[in-house]
Ligand binder design. Structure first.
Ligand SMILES: C[S@@+](CC[C@H](N)C(=O)[O-])C[C@H]1O[C@@H](n2cnc3c(N)ncnc32)[C@H](O)[C@@H]1O
Length: 344
């Protein structure tokens, strides 16, 4: 059955990507579903959901949300995200109990699409910006911003294995081993304006938005959760304007400005655009670049899955194009969550 195949595939992915907790839970869910257990009623009607809807992660995220909200303390005891410790036997029993007792709530949470904002990708974006920024202050425009957490990338701290650090030294966000490879210039970046767009923005300042972002981070990935918690705290202090707007119309409205470096950046969002929107997005960025001048330079910085050549594998490449020269280059390659980014 399709649902079981999806769950088994996702279980293997969780094992490989560093979430043994979710790997085990998903295998137990498969066993439970096969014998018509508690999961069958919760998942009824989703039997033929297509793979990309990520049903398994929606279900796990929905349960995690209840854990984070303090509503199911009997399960929280097993979730590292709230200080618990996973136990494959007792943890599953508590999880199964939540499926039974909170079934209708979980069924409605399942309809919410997963939404994330990966703070580790600030390492790729901020490190790229350090290589482009000169003396001018920066106007930062982001597409696919989610909650806009990475619009505050200059307020995070980036620690390197050699003991050096970049960014904001007293930040609650500390990204360990952020970068490797070529040494980056240690320049001060002044960000004068922070504007983002997303078709489904998350409000980083609301309790609902905070819970949404945290619930889709896997509960045993405590380093990512700590970064996210820190970034949500930074968001309370550093304003950013995140608009509900699609990337293309947002890009079309960006203009260069004298005395500023205008930067458009994005991470792991390009794949969600239609073929037409990608072409329109490229055209809008090229139009913006064509209006740049030495007084009003423009840069496009991205961390997106791409191939170096048609036959090479996908990598999360950090690329930059700057105007008025129009010069484009690959700056480095990042891990999917941004850390580490290796500069070339
Ligand atoms: C995988 S998330 C990445 C979010 C963030 N850039 C990060 O790296 O954490 C992709 C984001 O793109 C947004 N998105 C998808 N299609 C979009 C569009 N046409 N215009 C603007 N944002 C879009 C989604 O809502 C989502 O927030």
């Amino acid at each position: 059955m399709k649902i079981l195949e999806t769950f088994r595939t996702q279980a293997r992915a969780c094992d490989e990507l560093g979430s043994p907790l979710y790997g085990e839970l998903l295998r137990k869910l498969v066993d439970d579903y096969e014998v018509g257990g508690a999961s069958t009623a919760v998942l009824a009607g989703h039997e033929n959901d297509p793979g990309p809807s990520a049903l398994a992660l929606r279900l796990l995220g929905s349960v995690h949300r209840l854990v984070l909200a303090g509503e199911v303390p009997e399960l929280a005891a097993f979730y590292p995200s709230v200080g618990g410790e996973w136990d494959p036997v007792l943890g599953w029993e508590a999880f199964e109990q939540v499926l039974r007792s909170r079934g209708s709530e979980l069924r409605s949470l399942l309809n919410q699409p997963p939404q994330t904002n990966e703070v580790g990708r600030a390492a790729a974006l901020y490190g790229g910006l350090l290589q482009l920024a000169g003396d001018l202050p920066v106007r930062l425009f982001e597409i696919g911003s989610s909650a806009g957490l990475n619009l505050r990338a200059d307020h995070y701290r980036y620690d390197l294995a050699d003991g050096s650090s970049y960014g904001s030294m007293d930040s609650p966000v500390r990204i360990a081993d952020a970068w490797a490879g070529r040494t980056l210039p240690s320049v001060e970046v002044r960000i004068a304006e922070r504007v983002g767009s997303d078709i489904a923005p998350v409000d980083a300042l609301s309790e609902d938005g905070r819970l949404t972002l945290m619930s889709y981070v896997w509960p045993d990935m405590t380093v990512r959760l700590a970064r996210l918690r820190g970034a949500l705290d930074v968001a309370r202090l550093v304003p950013a304007d995140v608009r509900r707007e699609d990337a293309v119309s947002f890009l079309r409205a960006v203009e260069p400005a004298d005395g500023f470096l205008t930067v458009v950046w994005h991470s792991v969002m390009w794949q969600y655009l239609s073929v037409e929107d990608r072409a329109a997005g490229v055209a809008a960025i090229e139009r913006l670049g064509a209006r740049a001048s030495a007084l009003a330079p423009v840069a496009h910085l991205s961390m997106e899955p791409a191939r170096r050549t048609p036959s090479s594998p996908h990598e999360f490449l950090v690329t930059a194009q700057v105007w008025p020269t129009g010069e484009r280059r690959i700056l480095g390659a990042a891990a999917p969550h941004g850390v580490p980014t290796v500069w070339e």
